[in-house]
Design a protein around this ligand. Structure first.
Ligand SMILES: Nc1nc2c(ncn2[C@@H]2O[C@H](COP(=O)(O)OP(=O)(O)OP(=O)(O)O)[C@@H](O)[C@H]2O)c(=O)[nH]1
Ligand SMILES: [Mg+2]
Length: 301
């Protein structure tokens, strides 16, 4: 996995991502605040250190999106974590009503000094301009559609859907949708695998059997009951190593090829799809205790 991801670095950081990073830098002066979308299941791994470095002291709000898929107990610990670091943070599901309201409250709070200055100058009616940034597939365009209450930006269940910037005006807000962007060198294997699990890296450059085996091992470590229940595993099967577990699950689902062997590729795709569709239940793969944030990431060799 390590080798296959590292050898293919160039493919997960294609030219358009470098372009997006430059675009974020150049559009920064045109917005009042930045909404940094994170995946609530992996808030640390989905925080792009290169975007962080670009934002400087621009007001920003961290949005833990897809919280409908995450473990609510872990999400509330993340909210405390961000707030403890004096950062604005809100957990939402862009697929549910009310996502925009919570974000608007945070935006008003983060921009209170600016809104005050505008009021004093008699400019209270000026548009609030917000830029959305984040890794591919995190839900930036879906959030904009939820905010607007209509399909204004193209959103699909695969990374790399938005290819250029797009302004969407909704009432007093101008929202700037951006393509997703990863960074050139992941600091550790855990970050890379987490991003692969949630579908931020294109599946066709990944070894899906390795991703599925690793995912099973992580879910087994963090939520053993959920995996045992979903795949009806007995105590003995729970002791299998990660590839044996993938094979056992494939066999249970009748995914066989000629000779009675398990079709591991099919089993792998099924396991990853089921995780992404939250068939195993709500789960979070990272908690604040194992967070590695950009300043710490840079300090690593
Ligand atoms: N369950 C759930 N799914 C979501 C949520 N937000 C977005 N999605 C789904 O995630 C997928 C990706 O959403 P997009 O809005 O296209 O993501 P994006 O960040 O714009 O992606 P790129 O344009 O590729 O960078 C879609 O299938 C959405 O329906 C959420 O809060 N909960
Ligand atoms: Mg998009």
């Amino acid at each position: 996995m390590s080798d296959s991801l590292n050898q293919r670095q160039i493919q997960w950081f294609p030219g358009h991502m470098a372009k997006t990073l430059r675009l974020i830098g150049s559009e920064l002066k045109n917005v009042d605040a930045v909404l940094v979308l994170l995946d609530a299941r992996i808030p640390a791994s989905s925080l792009n250190p290169e975007i962080e470095a670009l934002l400087g002291d621009k007001p920003r709000i961290y949005i833990l999106n897809k919280s409908d898929l995450a473990d609510p107990h872990v999400t509330s610990r993340w909210l405390s974590y961000f707030k403890g670091a004096h950062s604005s943070c809100v957990a939402i599901s862009s697929k549910k009503k009310g996502a925009a309201a919570g974000v608007k409250t945070e935006v008003d709070r983060a921009l209170a000094p600016l809104l005050e200055r505008r009021a004093q100058k008699g400019m209270s009616g000026a548009q609030i301009r917000l830029m959305l940034v984040g890794i591919p597939n995190v839900g930036k365009s879906t959030f904009i559609n939820s905010f607007a209450g209509s399909q204004r930006a193209k959103a699909e269940d695969r990374p790399g859907v938005t290819r250029g910037k797009q302004w969407v005006t909704v009432g007093g807000y101008d929202l700037l949708d951006m393509p997703g962007v990863l960074w050139k060198k992941f600091e550790d294997l855990r970050t890379a695998t987490n991003l692969a699990f949630i579908g931020s890296i294109k599946d066709d450059i990944l070894d899906m059997e390795e991703i599925a085996a690793e995912l099973l091992s992580e879910v087994k470590r963090l939520y053993p009951d959920k995996i045992a229940q979903r795949y009806k595993l007995n105590a003995q099967q729970m002791e299998l190593d990660r590839y044996e577990l993938l094979e056992a699950i494939g066999r249970k689902r009748g995914m066989l090829i000629s000779g009675g062997e398990v079709d591991l590729t099919r089993a792998a795709i099924m396991v990853v799809d089921e995780f992404r569709a939250s068939k195993l239940g709500n789960l979070s793969l990272e908690s604040p205790a194992d967070a590695v944030f950009p300043d710490q990431k840079e300090a690593q060799p």
